[in-house]
Design a protein around this ligand. Structure first.
Ligand code: NAD
Length: 258
């Protein structure tokens, strides 16, 4: 049985009720995990209020700001986790960012700043958070990140985010190799296209979803709950032999050649 009772799980990347991280947090909670939630702080505190209200029914015992570009915030956050929980079992990395102008049109037009920022937030942050989580996962652990087919194949408009996802997927393999001897497993879920705040910045996202609905073996795209269920599985003992993998939760779209 899928049981996460007694596990401390930190979930990053909840922005609203469409977020994939929200689907994951709900499934982890349902499986009995004790949740910690981070949010991206903004000057007016709007994100904090929104996320706090949303996650309240899941009773998170930790609720922290975490901008992955902010080193002191990462350090303080993990100090709080160490002080309050002592150990961390599960880390969900479910965040990404690229400038909207870099998510349509010609890839060669990507600016140096846009490229650097997209890679720092969307790829490097996994390594940075894994470094912070490692000493707290002394009883083993599971790290799960979110990727997309655009990191493996060319998807129109995905552009710089494809490069970021490619780096993210290779980071999963290097981290899995390094952390495996400590029984920390690192995997990625490659989700099919879902309408969210982040995906709405990708040019033509609705056309992508429509295309998947016509072509994918299951003739539909996937839900946040389906991704959440797979994340809960990967974090559980049922997946104890799986690490360094990219698991496609995409209604089968990835296998199709045409
Ligand atoms: P979302 O907009 O709900 O989530 C993106 C999150 O990234 C937000 O919570 C935002 O606050 C966070 N974020 C951005 N910059 C940050 C920073 N500097 N520090 C900390 N957090 C930051 O969108 P989503 O689609 O749920 O995205 C979650 C993950 O799923 C992303 O990695 C995305 O690439 C991936 N993904 C999405 C789809 C899709 O179609 N929606 C498909 C495959 C993979």
């Amino acid at each position: 049985m899928l049981d996460l009772t007694g596990k401390n799980a930190l979930v990053t990347g909840i922005a609203n009720n469409r977020s994939i991280a929200w689907g994951i947090a709900q499934q982890l909670h349902q499986a009995g995990a004790n949740l910690g939630v981070t949010y991206l702080p903004d000057e007016k505190g709007r994100f904090e209020k929104k996320v706090r209200e949303l996650v309240e029914p899941l009773n998170p015992s930790i609720f922290l700001p975490c901008d992955v570009q902010n080193e002191p915030q990462i350090e303080e956050g993990f100090q709080t986790i160490a002080a309050q929980w002592g150990k961390l079992d599960i880390l969900i990395h479910c965040l990404a960012f690229a400038n909207k102008e870099d998510l349509s049109g010609e890839f060669s037009a990507t600016s140096r700043e846009g490229f650097t920022q997209a890679l720092e937030i969307s790829s490097y942050s996994l390594t940075r958070l894994a470094k912070a989580a490692k000493p707290l996962m002394n009883e083993g652990g599971s790290i799960v990140t979110l990727t997309y087919l655009g990191g493996v194949k060319v998807i129109p408009n995905y552009n710089v985010m494809g490069i970021a996802k490619s780096a993210l997927e290779m980071s999963v393999r290097y981290l899995a190799a390094e952390l495996g001897p400590k029984n920390i497993r690192v995997n990625a879920i490659s989700a099919g296209p879902i309408r969210t705040l982040a995906s709405s910045a990708v040019g033509g996202i609705l056309d992508m979803i429509h295309h998947v609905e016509q072509v994918a073996p299951l003739r539909r795209t996937v839900t946040q709950t389906e991704v959440g269920n797979t994340a809960a599985f990967l974090c559980s003992d049922l997946a104890s032999g799986i690490t360094g993998q990219i698991i496609y939760v995409d209604a089968g779209y990835e296998i199709m050649g045409m």
